[in-house]
Write a protein that binds this ligand. Structure first.
Ligand SMILES: Nc1nc2c(ncn2[C@@H]2O[C@H](COP(=O)(O)OP(=O)(O)O)[C@@H](O)[C@H]2O)c(=O)[nH]1
Ligand SMILES: [Mg+2]
Length: 326
């Protein structure tokens, strides 16, 4: 792994891809890898792009990437595709749509399947984003479909979230899941080269009017087209405006701090669960569980005994790192 890390620090995209696989596949060296990458994380701006399938997210991300590249900044794209059965395997469609950047060293594209992530989609995505961040990309763009809860949870990683709408049939804002409208910091009404974009934009503005007094940041609504590229530069400008807003109000720093606290707690939680799982099927824990199953012990007392026992066990091995991290 040290050899791979050397190549990673040297800026080799193949090493980046390999280290992402270590994370995605929950390989044993994962924790140690993330620990080593950690000091170099926290510099990328994380942009989430979500919306219905076919809204044009991939195409729009591709065009946004071009605009960002023109400014000399680098981009890592993490596309979460529920239809992709293989983790790490870029979908042919995305590959074609993002073809423009395949030879550009300042752009890295990774597709992840939702079923492929052993550690849970949001957790795995967060870790993958960390790796791309440590690699030194200025931006990390996460593309995800706004459908299931797992996909929605991914969006909490983003500093700014763009919700992509289209004038397409059935995409009237009444039919869009409430949750997805609420997480928007910027709305993109994409496919504005097709009829109906103005109507959607007006509908969104009307919805925003209703909540005007409750919010400090009113999400801008931008009409975009991945075909004519209209509005793409404006979309980036609005994203940057939102970034400035977060930074000027101290919200950015506050959120990042809160996120780090949560992260440490999540790791504790995760390691604790792993510890419990490993002890579950044998020995004292199993005995206690059997006794609960037979109604000889109540679950509350059993849980207390189990926790006590596990703490005692791991306490005995305090100097043995392996007992906690494997
Ligand atoms: N007319 C038009 N078609 C678009 C636009 N953006 C994307 N598309 C098309 O919409 C389809 C879905 O695009 P894609 O980027 O894969 O959407 P995703 O599923 O949200 O990632 C593709 O056939 C695109 O060529 C646009 O701005 N205008
Ligand atoms: Mg896509």
């Amino acid at each position: 792994m040290q050899e791979m890390l050397k190549r990673f620090w040297a800026g080799e995209q193949r090493a980046l891809a390999r280290l992402i696989s270590v994370v995605e596949n929950e390989m044993p060296e994962k924790d140690e890898l993330l620990r080593q990458l950690y000091p170099r994380t926290g510099n990328a701006y994380i942009l989430g792009v979500t919306g219905s399938p076919g809204a044009g997210k991939s195409s729009l991300v591709d065009r946004l990437t071009s605009v960002i590249r023109e400014k000399g900044e680098t981009v890592g794209i993490v596309a979460i595709d529920p239809t992709s059965p293989f983790s790490g395997g870029a979908l042919l469609g995305d590959r074609i749509r993002m073809q423009e950047h395949t030879l550009d060293k300042g752009v890295f594209i990774r597709s992840m399947g939702t079923r492929g992530s052993l550690g849970g989609l949001a957790k795995t995505t967060k870790e993958v984003v960390k790796v791309v961040d440590a690699f030194g990309m200025d931006w990390v763009i996460i593309e995800t479909v706004g459908v299931g809860q797992a996909e929605m949870d991914v969006m909490y990683i983003a500093d700014t979230t763009v919700v992509v709408l289209t004038p397409g049939a059935g995409d009237s804002i009444q039919t869009i899941k409430a949750g997805i409208m609420e997480i928007a910091d910027v709305f993109a009404v994409n496919k504005c080269d097709l009829p109906g974009a103005d109507k959607v934009a007006t509908e969104v503005e009307m919805m925003l009017d209703l909540q005007r007094d409750q919010v400090k940041w009113r999400p801008p609504v931008v009409k975009t087209s991945s075909v004519s590229r209209e509005g793409v530069a404006d979309l980036l400008a609005d994203v940057e405006k939102h970034r400035d807003y977060l930074q000027d109000n101290g919200v950015f720093a506050e959120r990042r701090q809160q996120r780090l606290r949560n992260e440490a707690l999540e790791i504790v939680n995760y390691q604790w669960q792993r510890l419990v799982r490993r002890q579950m099927s044998y020995g004292k824990v199993n005995e206690l569980l059997n006794s609960v199953a037979a109604r000889e012990t109540d679950p509350y007392s059993a849980a207390a005994s189990i926790m006590e026992w596990i703490i005692e066990q791991s306490g005995l091995k305090k100097n043995d790192q392996v007992s906690l991290s494997q």
